[in-house]
Write a protein that binds this ligand. Structure first.
Ligand code: ZN
Length: 414
């Protein structure tokens, strides 16, 4: 079924979505939600759509099918569904597995950066490559979708600050310091500690990111690395795709203390929609499967190394996703619970959306980005102000981009 944003009104009014808003009738609430969602700048800080190879026949400008047990090869983000879901921009991640290091990782990252530039250039009427918060606002005004770039994993700089400068020149606006394994200079939450957090060079990386106006992303890093980053970063940092550990104890999620410290520094936690980060019982079930999943992941990486095997590796990784799905799933409303938990801790100025679409298994009811207006409706139903919702949907990220730009200008003027 092809849905336009306006047709969500029908879905909300008659589709059985349980909305329980104080005084408002469901219908007026839904109309209000759609108006607000369409008017707000909605940004997602983590989409893996462009970092993996795609199913045969995939095109960014054609509407795909959401992933499901029946359609394991489905995808979550493309131009038609971004329009339907009122998703005005996304940080598309440049990513290659953390076990691929050295010059091949740099080459893979540059290739993906080029591909994102080419994507925007191929659809000039619909897409705009954005480097600053002002660019994003201008794109929104021109009814174009903002293409932003995040590098997911410090291993791709190959321990070389000049590579980092090059990535920044090519439009990268955040660097996730690690992926699931340690880099030579920062510990990951997915690995055994090797550096006690950030090394001295790791601190130089953070300083250089501040100088370049590239946001430091603390998703994936170990807790100690997180605290080291907060101690040295001069600019507000983001967790581009992490959820709340108080609700689901996965080590990729953030403790209340971490969320408070991140917010105190002006940063934001961008809630990850991955079902295994949202639901504690499901996380425990997946954890029991983890040795088997790890074996499958390792096998995929060993059997299909390097950029030349990307397609086969992606297929093998999808098989891992399917295995993971056998643990069950959870409901999209858990996303709203995590937003709500973080907002109660630190206020709506420090929370946002970092879906992990096309990089993780999504909860039922949020299988693709066309479903995002449900989050706006749910927040209104929970009594959130329109201002708070706009902040969560995108304004917080823009504020942090602006702060990073300002501080970078000051540091470079020295
Ligand atoms: Zn990730």
């Amino acid at each position: 079924m092809k849905r336009t944003l306006a047709s969500w009104l029908v879905v909300f009014a008659f589709g059985g979505l349980a909305l329980t808003a104080g005084q408002s009738s469901p219908q007026s609430l839904d109309a209000r939600a759609l108006r607000l969602h369409r008017d707000a700048i909605v940004l997602d800080t983590h989409d893996d759509t462009m970092s993996e190879s795609h199913p045969p026949g995939w095109r960014f400008d054609a509407r795909g099918i959401a992933p499901s047990p029946e359609h394991p090869d489905g995808t979550s983000v493309d131009l038609p569904r971004m329009r339907e879901g009122g998703l005005d921009g996304a940080f598309f991640s440049v990513y290659i597995a953390g076990t691929i290091t050295g010059p091949p990782a740099v080459t893979a990252a540059r290739r993906q950066l080029d591909a994102l530039h080419a994507l925007a250039a191929t659809h000039p009427a619909d897409l705009a490559l954005c480097l600053t918060a002002a660019d994003v606002r201008a794109a929104h005004k021109a009814k174009k979708i903002a293409i932003l770039i995040g590098i997911e994993g410090g291993h791709m700089i190959n321990d070389d600050l000049t590579v980092l400068d090059d990535f920044a020149r090519r439009g990268a606006r955040y660097l996730t310091l690690t992926h699931m394994v340690n880099t030579d200079w920062a510990d990951s939450s997915g690995d055994q500690p090797a550096h006690n957090g950030l090394t001295d060079f790791g601190k130089q990386v953070v300083h250089e990111l501040n100088r370049l106006g590239v946001m430091v992303d603390v998703s994936h890093v170990s807790d100690k690395t997180f605290w080291d980053v907060l101690a040295v970063s001069q600019s507000p940092v983001i967790a581009s795709h992490s959820s709340c550990r108080a609700l689901c104890a996965h080590p990729r999620n953030m403790t209340d203390e971490m969320i408070k410290a991140l917010a105190a520094k002006g940063g934001t936690i961008q809630i990850n929609f991955y079902d295994g980060f949202l639901d504690q019982p499901l996380y425990l079930k997946q954890k029991a499967l983890e040795p088997e999943l790890q074996r499958m992941r390792r096998e995929a990486l060993e059997k299909y190394p390097g950029p030349q095997n990307e397609q086969k590796r992606a297929e093998a990784m999808r098989a891992v996703d399917m295995k993971e799905r056998s643990a069950g799933t959870t409901s999209w409303e858990k996303i709203v619970d995590h937003i709500d938990h973080a907002v109660k801790l630190v206020g709506a100025d420090h929370v946002g959306l970092g879906s992990d679409f096309d990089g993780a298994v999504m909860p039922t009811g949020m299988e693709d980005c066309s479903m995002l207006p449900k989050i706006t409706a749910a927040l209104l139903a929970r009594g959130y102000s329109e201002k708070a919702i706009r902040d969560i949907l995108g304004e917080n990220v823009l504020r942090i981009m602006e702060a990073n730009e300002k501080i970078a200008n000051r540091l470079r003027a020295r």
